[in-house]
Design a binder for this molecule. Sequence first.
Ligand code: ATP
Length: 412
Amino acid sequence: MDVTIIAVGTELLFGQTVNTNATYLSKNLNLMGFDVMYHHSVGDNPGRLKNLVERSLEDTDMVILTGGLGPTQDDLTKEIVSEVFGAELVFDESVYDELKEYFDERHRHMAENNLKQVYVPEGATIFHNGNGTAPGFAIERNGKYGICLPGPPREMTYMFETHVRGFLEGLTDKKMYYRILRTIGIGESDLETILLPIIDKQVDPTIATYAKEGECSFRIASQRDTIEEAKAAVDAMISDVDKIAGKYIYSYDDEELKAVVVRKLKERNLTIASAESCTGGMFASNITDVPGASGVFGYGFVTYSEAAKASELDVSEDILSNYSAVSPETAVAMAEGVKRVSGADIGISVTGFAGPDADPGRNAGEAYVGYAYGDKKEAVKFETRRADRSWNRNFFMLMMLMIVNEILDGKR
Ligand code: ATP
């Protein structure tokens, strides 16, 4: 089913509000097997809104609107959508009772204009609002659907999860199954290129790649008559994908890399400590984002200066002066140092040029991730060829996680 999402509100056009509702709805609708074709934003203008809803219903099977359901004069979404669908607004007892209870509970007087919210389009399915006053609804005419949801994201997401998801699932006999695979160590275009033989042939299951700063995920989805059939089709495609891209895949269930690393450290009964220079503690911060990280992570050093590398991690003056602070030798010495000082099983380190500048004759984006584990020690070089400080720092942090993951998989 093709869908148009319309965000209503002049504040969106002023750039004062980011249209997060459209992102949320698109993401969820796609995962449910709906095809979102358009995103529109429109101000609180009845003529333009009506025009847009009419056009959207010509182009697609369903319009989902957010915003403009409130009690004030400029909230017109319900009125316009009812008009387009040819439905009268009628008093709804259950909405009235709910609204009255909402105000009574808060010892507030129900204002005259709140009564406007008690009128809903005749024949519509009403979605009660657990987080506010404006009810949402779905209306259907001749196989075309209009769904109106409140603007505030807290109200909208609540309504979507408690009412709309079930309503939408009821519109199709097909069952959707999908899995999200995550990769590291390969860019989106390279990933697409190696998967092209599968991507080119796709009908069902479908495969779609998504790039996110330094990482790349893809979703494999199938819609069949039964969930078992959909699952079998997705699993078959995953085994084809595995043959081509398996070495880059670190999760088959959309688990974040930092969570994978913490989980595996726990499973293998290992501890880790970090020594960071150019990432300024991002590795430690990401690891400690994961609940339960304290069982595997006790020490994270930020040794930004040469003096700090020497005094905290015992990186020798010789190494720093002979090879420089950004070198494989320094990275390994940092990893060995942090392993020794902390008593952890694995020491991981990073030193590099985050940019935009680098030392004379060196390039921004050059970094070394070092590790020490048992008798093994090594530094791995990365060159992003970018001068973007924030991108590089995030990338180096991900590379530290990737190396730890490889160690834990026995690949290093
Ligand atoms: P209310 O019941 O609060 O009157 P409403 O349905 O009338 O809800 P709006 O008045 O249009 O909603 O929007 C209320 C607030 O919700 C906006 O000020 C804005 O902060 C947020 N909001 C509205 N639309 C969006 C959107 N598309 N994405 C993110 N936030 C939004």
